[in-house]
Design a protein around this ligand. Structure first.
Ligand SMILES: Cc1cc2nc3c(=O)[nH]c(=O)nc-3n(C[C@H](O)[C@H](O)[C@H](O)COP(=O)(O)OP(=O)(O)OC[C@H]3O[C@@H](n4cnc5c(N)ncnc54)[C@H](O)[C@@H]3O)c2cc1C
Length: 416
């Protein structure tokens, strides 16, 4: 009989883990406390972006974060009471805002991003996944010459240290490449190896593929803990009863710290709340996915629609829909785009990014149970890192040689 794995969490990380586990011959059940794919993986910006190697903790990030404590409505916002309630997390973040830690995190982020990008190509082709996948790159757009020139340092760093060059475009070249932009932009950088997809379509397709592989998906099934025999978990406890398991994968995104006691460690994850708005495509729809660097707003053109997204708020587990955060998205779009909006708005959404203070996920065994693997904390890049994470999880449980070095993602880096 094949070994039973219970994957807790039906987001993109849990779904990709379930996929590689099922392909490796495990009998897999996915549990989700709500609906499969309805967490942070539902309406994010859809970028699969190897260009995004740098973590949030960079030199100077403390100063810009402190400014947000006073700002009324900036794209990055930290509530003072969230800082006070989570001093350890913010101290850890502040300590990593230096060049050495940034580079180390960047290398470990890049390993997952590069592997995932290749694995997305493979998975989409092998399983005929219809998720509006387009591999045409990602265009960073700059409004002011000052910011455009300043970004040249980052571009040079990415090219030199991470072999991630971009195509630099002056104002006229940018206007010619992307006619949906307003005239007079300062310039742009095109990262040609990036791709994008429609996240809700991906999750629906992953569900189809998983079902075809015999994976059972149980919704409204919250994992509350584990039944144990010595150092092993024997079942996942849910209000509807125990689900027997030979192995467990905990892929619960921003909710992971709520299982800290069961996992025998404190996984340092904070919810980093972001928003998106989805609409039909405007008549003059951007050809490329765009990032407006100065305003930190992203635009994703899908074959079936158009999305504005981003903003980051550290406000604990606040589940309210704050409309002023949505207006940050529309206000920025009006500055950059000839036709920034289209109606009717189909979805207004927020999601909790699972933020660790060093920008890296945790992919490691639980100290409390040797057959429980945690795969959580993928920050702003959970979609972009999901396939490599899933493959690594399957390798850890199957005992095969890992395709990437798992050590940067271990709990040991937090001294536990
Ligand atoms: C506005 C925005 C834009 C973004 N854009 C991008 C992007 O372009 N590219 C990119 O790579 N990333 C992006 N991200 C980040 C990305 O969405 C996340 O990193 C990713 O979705 C995290 O996936 P996950 O599977 O870990 O978490 P989730 O998708 O949140 O899944 C976790 C699941 O676990 C379930 N769960 C929790 N606790 C339990 C429990 N006890 N029992 C059972 N189930 C449980 C939840 O219900 C949920 O379904 C964006 C995020 C936001 C908010």
């Amino acid at each position: 009989m094949s070994k039973r794995v219970v994957v807790v969490g039906g987001g993109v990380v849990g779904a990709c883990s379930a996929y590689y586990l099922a392909r490796a011959g495990f009998a897999v059940t996915v549990l989700d406390r709500g609906r499969f794919g309805a967490g942070c993986s539902h309406a994010n910006c859809g970028y699969v972006c190897p260009s995004h190697v740098l973590p949030l903790a960079t030199p100077g990030a403390v100063r810009s974060t402190l400014k947000t404590l006073l700002a009324r409505n900036s794209p990055l916002k930290v509530r003072p009471r969230t800082v006070l309630a989570n001093l350890g997390w913010f101290r850890g973040f502040a300590r990593r805002c230096n060049a050495r830690d940034m580079m180390a995190a960047g290398r470990a982020i890049q390993t997952l991003l590069n592997s995932s990008r290749l694995l997305f190509d493979e998975l989409i082709a092998a399983e005929r996944v219809e998720c509006e996948w387009e591999a045409k790159g990602l265009l960073f757009v700059f409004l002011t010459p000052k910011h455009f020139e300043h970004y040249a340092h980052t571009d040079e760093l990415l090219a030199r240290e991470f072999a991630m060059p971009a195509r630099r475009l002056d104002s006229a070249e940018l206007a010619a490449l992307e006619p949906a932009l307003n005239p007079g932009m300062a310039g742009g950088y095109l990262y040609e190896s990036d791709a994008h997809l429609r996240p809700d379509r991906l999750m629906a397709e992953l569900r189809r593929v998983l079902t075809g592989l015999g994976v059972e998906v149980r919704e409204n099934a919250e994992a509350t803990g584990f039944a144990r025999a010595g150092v092993r978990a024997t079942a996942v406890r849910t209000p509807a009863g125990d689900v027997p398991a030979d192995h467990v994968v905990v892929a619960t995104g921003a909710w992971t710290p709520l299982l800290n006691k069961e996992l025998g460690c404190r996984v340092p994850i904070q919810p980093g709340k972001g928003y998106s708005m989805t609409m039909p495509r405007p008549k003059l729809c951007p050809t490329y996915p765009l990032i407006f660097e100065e305003h930190r707003v992203a635009v994703t053109p899908f074959a079936s629609g158009y999305r504005l997204g981003s903003t980051m708020e550290f406000a604990g587990y606040d589940d309210s829909m704050n409309r002023s955060r949505l207006s940050i998205l529309t206000d920025a779009a009006k500055i950059y785009l000839r036709e920034p909006l289209a109606g009717p708005v189909q979805e207004e959404w927020w999601g909790w990014r699972p933020m660790t203070f060093d920008g890296l996920p945790v992919i490691d065994r639980s100290p409390a149970a040797e057959n429980v693997v945690i795969a959580a904390g993928h920050n702003m890049l959970g979609l972009s890192m999901a396939t490599a994470t899933g493959k690594l999880v399957a390798e850890m449980l199957g005992g095969s040689k890992p395709h990437i070095d798992p050590s940067p993602y271990s709990l040991a880096r937090f001294g536990r």
